[in-house]
Design a protein around this ligand. Structure first.
Ligand code: NAP
Length: 411
């Protein structure tokens, strides 16, 4: 078969995060070298402006025009590449035609969606096509959910090597993080809150920790879920809900389910934020829980959603400054309890703000891993970062993207 023209096409290169991703690929891999790649989007002159901003180094970067709402333009783009990496979101609004075309054409695909209900629909509608064509579809390749999914994979690899079996209970706690939301992420979050407010079936689906597992997967273990300020004895500190837990936990459970319950049929996993010790930690936990609840409630109702969109949250296309991205970071702590009482503690850290600086690099390495490292012998279908990209992605993230995976304690 003839090789497609490109290894990777960045669809949505004009988006806030698409520009970070494009700059990262350019600085890391250049043009005219081993990586054959192009930037794509709906607006040629905007794409050319994006390329011009990157300076002379980007002068040879090809531009491909395709519109998320025009399937024949998407098909033409997809046929020219081995991998498409998409930052065109909210995905629930714009993403389906591209997933369909990739699944039909056998082109690998990765993105930054965190929209559980949309991922579920894509799996239901296109898994058969992807299996038949050999396309590997990997959603959630940004801060949600690479650090969580790869973090659990890393901890369980240690458990299996040291203890001989996976830990049936793992939790992740955000110890520290610095970064801002962008317009695109806020638009996606508000869109989910709006849809859920008017759809009880969707609310039920979003509350199901196993909603992304294949329908035959059964677990009777009640999943922990931090909904308000709670004391966590593993950390001797108070916790508050973590807004990304709603997607990360679903991806981690899917990783387990599609790998024949490699972490155990009754595996339990949850995520929360550490807010500190004593009364101060408790009060901070209560304030954070109330803040998250208030934002989601306000997003669900038309007048307050309008007020938020108009006066408070960043607009689509807006996001943190470069300086803010560079001074951002995150520090996630994992603890696993083995069946014999042993405890493993690990941590995952990133050197830029989670939602943009680090997300752009993680997404770039996920696309590179799809293009160059992942086994073509693995069947097509809807995978997760850890189940398909595994250790090779951890190596890339540590070598190139500023992430660290470390064991802190094994007793
Ligand atoms: N998972 C994570 O950790 C994470 C982190 C960051 C962002 N995200 C997600 O990534 C997505 C992008 O975020 P962002 O802040 O970068 O968004 P953004 O700046 O608002 O950009 C949206 C992009 O979509 C493009 N677009 C819209 N309609 C299109 C169409 N019909 N055809 C082709 N392109 C179209 C826009 O093109 P034009 O420039 O031509 O208008 C633009 O490139 C969001 O869904 C966000 O939730 C996830």
């Amino acid at each position: 078969m003839m090789q497609p023209e490109y290894d990777i096409v960045v669809f949505g290169a004009t988006s806030f995060v698409g520009q970070i991703l494009t700059r990262y690929l350019l600085e890391q891999y250049g043009t005219g070298g081993t990586l054959r790649w192009a930037i794509a989007g709906r607006n040629e002159s905007k794409l050319e402006a994006t390329r011009a901003e990157l300076g002379n180094a980007a002068a040879d970067l090809p531009v491909v025009v395709a519109d998320a709402g025009n399937e024949s333009s998407l098909r033409a783009m997809v046929q020219r590449t081995r991998v498409v990496v998409s930052t065109v979101g909210p995905y629930a609004l714009y993403g389906e035609p591209l997933v369909r075309v990739c699944a039909q054409e056998g082109t690998d695909y990765c993105d930054l969606t965190g929209e559980v209900q949309w991922i579920r629909q894509m799996i239901a509608r296109y898994e058969d096509d992807a299996r038949a064509s050999g396309a590997h579809i990997v959603h959630c390749c940004g801060f949600d959910s690479i650090p969580s999914d790869m973090g659990v994979h890393f901890l369980q690899q240690q458990a299996m090597a040291q203890i001989g079996s996976a830990c049936p209970t793992v939790k992740m706690r955000v110890r520290a993080a610095k970064g801002e939301f962008s317009g695109g992420t806020v638009a996606s979050l508000m869109n989910v809150a709006k849809e859920a407010a008017s759809d009880p079936a969707l609310r039920k689906e979003l509350a199901n920790p196993f909603s992304l597992c294949p329908s035959g997967f059964k677990s009777s273990r009640r999943q922990p879920n931090v909904k308000s300020a709670e004391f966590d004895p593993d950390f001797g500190a108070w916790t508050a809900p973590f807004v990304m837990a709603a997607i990360n936990t679903r991806i981690v459970h899917r990783s387990n389910a599609i790998q024949d319950a490699v972490y155990g049929q009754e595996f339990a996993y949850d995520e929360a934020m550490l807010t500190g010790k004593g009364l101060k930690g408790r009060l901070q936990g209560m304030a954070m829980a109330a803040g998250i609840g208030g934002f989601l409630a306000a997003s669900a109702i038309a007048p307050t959603r309008w007020a938020l969109e108009t006066f408070v949250v960043p607009k689509p296309g807006e996001g943190p400054s470069r300086q803010s991205q560079e001074s951002g970071f995150y520090d996630l702590r994992f603890v696993g309890h083995a069946s014999d009482g042993r405890v493993i503690r690990t941590k995952v850290t990133g050197d830029r703000d989670p939602g943009y600086g680090s997300t752009g690099k993680m997404l770039g390495e996920a696309a590179m891993c799809l293009a160059f490292d992942a086994g073509e012998d693995r069947p097509g279908g809807f995978w997760t970062p850890s189940s398909y990209l595994g250790q090779k992605l951890i190596d890339r993230l540590q070598d190139n993207a500023g992430l660290r995976f470390e064991v802190l304690e094994n007793r």
